[in-house]
Design a protein around this ligand. Structure first.
Ligand SMILES: Cc1cc2nc3c(=O)[nH]c(=O)nc-3n(C[C@H](O)[C@H](O)[C@H](O)COP(=O)(O)OP(=O)(O)OC[C@H]3O[C@@H](n4cnc5c(N)ncnc54)[C@H](O)[C@@H]3O)c2cc1C
Length: 583
């Protein structure tokens, strides 16, 4: 019998899921219709992603505040919450379907245009991501804190702890009671232990890489709760959307601009079913539309580089370097054939028993993302590096929708020197922005990638993996398969197959104005009152790990900054009234 393609397999799984949920997928979040929204709210939050969902939950804890959350996408469902299908969410209705501008040194397999996925659904990119949970190093946040008061590790750690509901026994210094579940997925492959042994054979410690003293390899911790994705919307919106009357959530609402009068944000304009609507914010408008769309909305609202805005006849409200400082992690993948049955493959997913097992009790190969093992190492030299955390990350995958039994290892330079930009392609809010990732704009990133790739291959040449038949499969990178020399092969894979690993940050930089900042350390946009940005775009320098936990931390901390500010002003007001009127 001819085997099924990956698309056919996932379609079959989807059909089975639908059949099992009687009348189709049920929405888990209570939303409001566009005709039901109020004329004004205290806070209007734009974007219900990792940071926005967190913020909506925390701000709506204050019963007196009315909150509106506007999200361009729709809701998650049983399919999007199934861990193994996550690669199929890219380029689907849950994705913004962005591509970059033409790149010279990367993505040549797709003619220099890199796919650039971002979640367009409640939960944002946390609803389409690979579900890896990683916080970043103390060093990363201390670096932020040097220039941004209140953002050192000791300032942000309480928010990681508050958000995290870690179920893994024995880990120290982790949150246990927070809404965001962190756990091992309920499935693992035979190769996992061999991978860890291979790392150990190369001197890596088998430990959670929470410290930076050592190179390490360990089993991936995930935002998977009982075999299902735990996105920011699952964690923060599901538990409160029905019970909190002061929180309104509207999906399908594409915010086109912030309404600004005399340098004060008054509300937003949005499109719903192609009709233009507006809503007022009496206290603040908060952008949580992510690293691509928060800068886009700011620019459409007249906040950005003057010359750029003027080229589209957008009246300038504040001349700020919006969209500069784009930093991202990318990856270059090597593939290895391994012993039959030691990893999962397309047959495991195509197997009806696997599908039924998942539907019945959320276990089996559908219950994990495939990203089974992570490793972090330090490569390169220099005295400075000695005091820094690992600068290379490996994601090792044991589930590829192929007939062969394959494992893959992707190399990621964690603190790239290259910087890209986000710019408008026009004044139309529906037009995609121009994303120039500029991978390898700085030659040092290429050199370090080569070093990282060499080490990844050394891992697969250790006994624990060669005894499992590990051998490099060049056919998975067909554009480079003909390269005979190993170094030539690596350079070719970098040029043809470098793609994003989905961590853009920094495009609405938190810093002083002199240092190219767009927001201050309270996340307020310079030169415009009542306007804040709370999401991954405010990150001054990219952290040395995956970015979802970080974005949720920003939502948590952002909510406290806002609460404290209003509480303080309420107290001052009350004190003033008491003194003056005895109230
Ligand atoms: C495919 C993929 C895989 C990833 N894998 C991992 C991983 O395994 N682990 C990890 O830690 N990180 C991962 N990440 C990164 C991580 O998920 C993101 O860094 C994080 O979710 C960013 O949070 P955010 O709040 O800044 O933006 P988002 O979560 O992207 O939220 C932005 C929200 O705003 C909405 N929005 C945008 N524009 C508008 C508009 N004009 N009007 C209304 N709404 C709007 C969007 O639809 C979205 O819901 C991955 C990301 C992707 C895309």
């Amino acid at each position: 019998m001819e085997s099924l393609t990956a698309t056919e397999v996932f379609m079959a799984f989807l059909m089975l899921l639908m059949q099992n949920s009687n009348d189709g997928f049920k929405d888990s979040i209570e939303t409001i219709s566009v005709t039901g929204i109020l004329e004004e709210y205290d806070f209007v939050i734009v974007g219900g992603g990792s940071a926005g969902s967190t913020l909506a939950n925390r701000l709506s804890e204050i019963a007196d505040w009315k909150i509106l959350l506007l999200e361009a996408g729709g809701q998650e469902n049983d399919y999007t919450k199934t861990p193994a299908v996550h690669p199929t969410l890219i380029k689907s209705e849950y994705d913004w379907n962005y591509t970059t501008t033409k790149q010279q040194k990367s993505c040549q397999a797709t003619s220099g245009k890199c796919q650039y996925p971002r979640g367009r659904v409640l939960g944002g990119s946390s609803s389409t991501n690979g579900m890896i949970y990683a916080r970043g190093y103390r060093w990363d946040y201390d670096r932020w804190g040097k220039e941004n008061r209140g953002w050192s590790f000791c300032d942000v750690e309480p928010y990681f702890l508050r958000s995290e509901g870690n179920r893994i026994p024995g880990l120290k210094g982790r949150g246990r009671d927070g809404p965001l579940t962190v756990d091992y997925p309920p499935y693992m492959t035979e190769l996992r232990d061999q991978l860890i042994k291979a790392g150990q054979a190369k001197g890596l410690k088998n430990a959670d890489c929470a410290d930076y003293e050592y190179d390490c390899i360990f089993r991936t911790q995930t935002t998977i709760r009982d075999g299902r994705r735990c996105s920011a919307s699952t964690a923060y919106l599901e538990p409160v959307s029905a019970s909190r009357e002061n929180l309104h959530i509207l999906t399908g609402a594409l915010v086109s601009r912030v309404i600004i009068e005399n340098k004060v944000a008054k509300g937003v304009e949005f499109l719903h079913d192609d009709k233009v609507h507006s809503v007022k914010a009496t206290k603040e408008v908060i952008l949580s539309a992510g690293s691509i769309n928060s800068p886009k909305i700011l620019m459409l609202s007249g906040i950005g580089l003057k010359s750029h805005l003027e080229s589209f006849n957008i009246p300038v409200v504040a001349d700020l370097p919006v969209g500069d400082n784009l930093q991202d992690h990318n990856r270059v993948v090597l593939y290895y054939n391994v012993r039959n049955g030691s990893v999962a493959n397309i047959d495991d997913l195509a197997d009806k028993d696997s599908m039924e097992q998942y539907i019945a009790n959320q276990t089996g190969p559908y219950s994990y993302s495939g990203l089974e093992v992570l490793a972090f190492v330090k490569r390169g030299s220099g005295r400075k590096l000695r005091k820094e955390p690992p600068n290379i990350q490996y994601h090792i995958t044991t589930l590829l929708p192929q007939e062969e039994y394959l494992a893959s290892i992707s190399t990621t330079v964690l603190r790239p020197f290259s910087r890209g930009t986000i710019r408008l392609s026009g004044a139309d809010p529906k037009a995609d922005p121009l994303i120039d990732v500029n991978y390898y704009g700085d030659e040092r990133d290429w050199q370090l990638t080569v070093e990282g790739l060499k080490f990844s291959n050394e891992l697969f040449e250790t006994k624990p993996l060669t005894s499992y038949g590990a051998s490099l499969n060049k056919m998975m990178t067909p554009e480079c398969a003909g390269e005979e020399g190993f170094l030539e092969y690596l350079n070719c894979t970098i040029k043809y197959y470098t793609v994003t690993i989905y961590h853009p940050v920094g495009t609405v930089k938190m810093a002083s104005r002199l240092r190219g900042g767009v927001v201050n350390s309270n996340l307020q946009v310079y030169g415009v009152r009542n306007l804040r940005v709370v999401d991954a775009s405010i990150v001054p320098t990219i952290i040395s790990m995956n970015t979802n936990a970080m974005a949720i931390m920003i939502g948590e901390k952002g909510s406290d900054i806002i609460k404290m500010e209003y509480e303080k002003s309420e107290k001052t007001k009350r004190r003033f009234c008491k003194k003056l009127y005895g109230l």
